[in-house]
Design a binder for this molecule. Structure first.
Ligand SMILES: CC(C)(COP(=O)(O)OP(=O)(O)OC[C@H]1O[C@@H](n2cnc3c(N)ncnc32)[C@H](O)[C@@H]1O)[C@@H](O)C(=O)NCCC(=O)NCCS
Ligand SMILES: Nc1ncnc2c1ncn2[C@@H]1O[C@H](COP(=O)(O)OP(=O)(O)OP(=O)(O)O)[C@@H](O)[C@H]1O
Length: 238
């Protein structure tokens, strides 16, 4: 199965691309932002760690129903880079583990391809786990405009510090196998996506042929494990 990593800066258009891939091309999407919300639900290990570490720093960390106040936590970490690292160290292992489980699940359900929608794909080294990577790029001014339109409660400064906490478009261009430029209207973006799906079809087919069942499940598990180990090594080296 071909694992495709889809990344891009905040409000660059990843969800818009994912929606097109899911609805028009019937490709399953594994959404890291959604998973990052699930792993901090009350009762989860990451939730307890976040509460223990941040409660004394952020007085309104918890909402009335005990869920995390994401707006307050976001405001804090995106203006305290050391605490952003702490939050990443708490949440990322749980997000990674869930992503790996979902990839395996997609494989077992017989999909020939799945897409990981991960804003921090390169920053977190998850590109090592993907056969193909795609970066969605928007002009920074347009990205800021879309972000502020989508999150009207966010100040200009907050939006800029979120953009600046992520890698640059230059680095994304350098690292990605394919680039989608999202500076125009949706019809233009959709044409680009459809063309890209056509271009990666040969890679999907090759991947499928390499892993025909019954050996497929074993090979897939071996690949998942070896990629995970390669990734774990890079984490140890940091
Ligand atoms: C800081 C939090 C509480 C803010 O929550 P909020 O609901 O306001 O934002 P949401 O989670 O919907 O993220 C929106 C966008 O912010 C950006 N973003 C989120 N986390 C990070 C981060 N750690 N570093 C840089 N950018 C980030 C991404 O572009 C993401 O698409 C939340 O983003 C979080 O828990 N982040 C840590 C986990 C993480 O890294 N998630 C990203 C996917 S792995
Ligand atoms: N080509 C486009 N034309 C007009 N609006 C767009 C276009 N692409 C994206 N948008 C809008 O910009 C906003 C951000 O897009 P989207 O949610 O897809 O980005 P994202 O990269 O997934 O963001 P995040 O990672 O922050 O969740 C959304 O409101 C979306 O509807």
């Amino acid at each position: 199965m071909l694992v495709v990593g889809l990344t891009g800066g905040i409000a660059s258009g990843k969800s818009t691309v994912s929606r097109r891939l899911e609805e028009h091309h019937h490709i399953p999407i594994i959404d890291a932002d959604k998973i990052a919300r699930e792993v901090v639900e009350p009762g989860q290990a990451a939730y307890t760690k976040i509460v223990n570490y941040f409660q004394s720093k952020i007085p309104n960390l918890l909402l009335d129903d005990n869920h995390l106040n994401r707006a307050a936590l976001g405001k804090w970490v995106f203006s305290n880079s050391e605490d952003l690292q702490v939050l990443n160290q708490i949440t990322h292992p749980a997000v990674r583990y869930t992503i790996f489980k979902r990839v395996l699940f997609c494989y077992l359900r017989g999909y020939s391809m799945c897409v990981l929608d991960v804003p921090l794909l390169f920053e977190a080294g998850l590109d090592l786990f993907c056969g193909v990577t795609i970066a969605v790029l928007s002009e920074p001014s347009l990205q800021l405009e879309r972000l502020l339109a989508r999150n009207p409660q966010m100040s200009n400064g907050e939006a800029k510090s979120r953009i600046n906490s992520q890698t640059t478009n230059e680095e994304r261009i350098e690292k990605a196998d394919f680039v989608l430029t999202n500076n125009g209207g949706l019809p233009f973006l959709y044409r680009e996506i459809d063309e890209l799906v056509r271009r990666i079809q040969p890679t999907v087919l090759r991947t499928v042929l390499e892993y025909i069942p019954p050996f497929g499940a074993i090979s897939a598990a071996a690949i998942v494990l070896s990629r995970y180990e390669a990734f774990a090594q890079t984490q140890k080296m940091k």
